[in-house]
Ligand binder design. Structure first.
Ligand code: R2B
Ligand code: URA
Length: 268
């Protein structure tokens, strides 16, 4: 493959969890900016056994599945690919869902700092039998631009700290997992502690994204929608329409950002 011809023009990498979601995101971006000719459709590039990769215009959309280990593989492989292709000044954006802390479902959190399960701004990596702490830092200019295009968002948009952990249940203080070795009071104290530390939302990937990108000087941002307020419970309650509307709104904020960066029109 002529990598420079195929990927040298890429300016944005949009990352999200599931294959289906990233197919939808890629089609939505294509429809707004680079419509596919009638009778054709976007097809994933290469093998789809571990993740899907779609290209539309100067945007790559990829699925990373759940958690930091799978995201790590994707980030290494995409970054090597884009480096070989000599793509310049590429911005990585994660779109995702999250549990909010004191925020209504539908609210978008634009991450201003990522923290681990101890609320520290480090991703801990064991390599060659040794623990390394990789510092995390979100790109301020990407955050500012995301905020500036979010004024037309259908739902509230806030900036805040995002905590990323390796598990959905124990690491996020849920009481409804198969293993739960703490009680309601312990859980509630932990969630309140996170609130006091200004953690706005909890999910499972952004910490690694900001550690990896900060290390390599890659500009990046995180747009996560809140689907539950963890001060109120552990289980989500929404209709399919509400969920789609919230999640589609993250795509719209992302499209507004891309449009602004490229100087092309877009309205929500
Ligand atoms: C948000 O949702 C997933 C867990 O359900 C996980 O990938 C995340 O970060
Ligand atoms: N994703 C998470 O990781 N946690 C939540 O509470 C919701 C979505």
């Amino acid at each position: 493959m002529d990598l420079k011809k195929e990927f040298g023009h890429i300016r944005f990498v949009i990352l999200g969890g599931t294959n289906e979601r990233m197919e939808t995101v890629a089609n939505s971006i294509a429809e707004s900016f680079w419509p596919v000719p009638l009778g054709q459709k976007l097809v994933p590039i290469g093998s789809t056994t571990r993740y899907v990769l779609y290209r539309t215009g100067c945007v790559l959309c990829a699925s990373h599945q759940m958690g930091m280990p799978t995201l790590s593989i994707l980030l290494n492989e995409i970054t090597k690919l884009l480096s070989e292709a000599q793509a310049k000044d590429v911005v990585y954006i994660r779109l995702g869902t999250s549990g909010g802390i004191g925020l209504e479902p539908g609210t978008i959190v634009l991450t201003e700092q990522t923290v681990n399960g101890y609320t520290e701004p480090y991703y801990e990596l064991v390599s060659l039998g040794k623990l390394t702490k990789m510092q995390t830092e979100i790109s301020k200019d990407v955050l500012e631009n995301l905020l500036s295009v979010s004024t037309k968002s259908k739902y509230p948009v806030v900036k805040g700290k995002t905590m990323s952990v390796d598990t959905f249940y124990e690491g996020q203080a849920r009481l409804d997992g198969a293993i739960c070795e703490y009680n309601d009071e312990d859980k509630s104290n932990f969630i309140k502690f996170l609130h006091s530390k200004n953690v706005a939302n909890i999910e499972m990937e952004s910490l690694l994204l900001s550690a990896f990108c900060h290390k390599l000087g890659i500009k990046h941002g995180v747009i996560c929608v809140v689907i539950i307020d963890r001060l109120k419970g552990d289980q989500v309650h929404f209709t399919a329409d509400e969920y789609s509307s919230w999640v589609d709104n993250t795509t719209n904020v992302c499209k507004a950002y891309i449009a602004k960066e490229l100087g092309i029109p877009f309205s929500f």
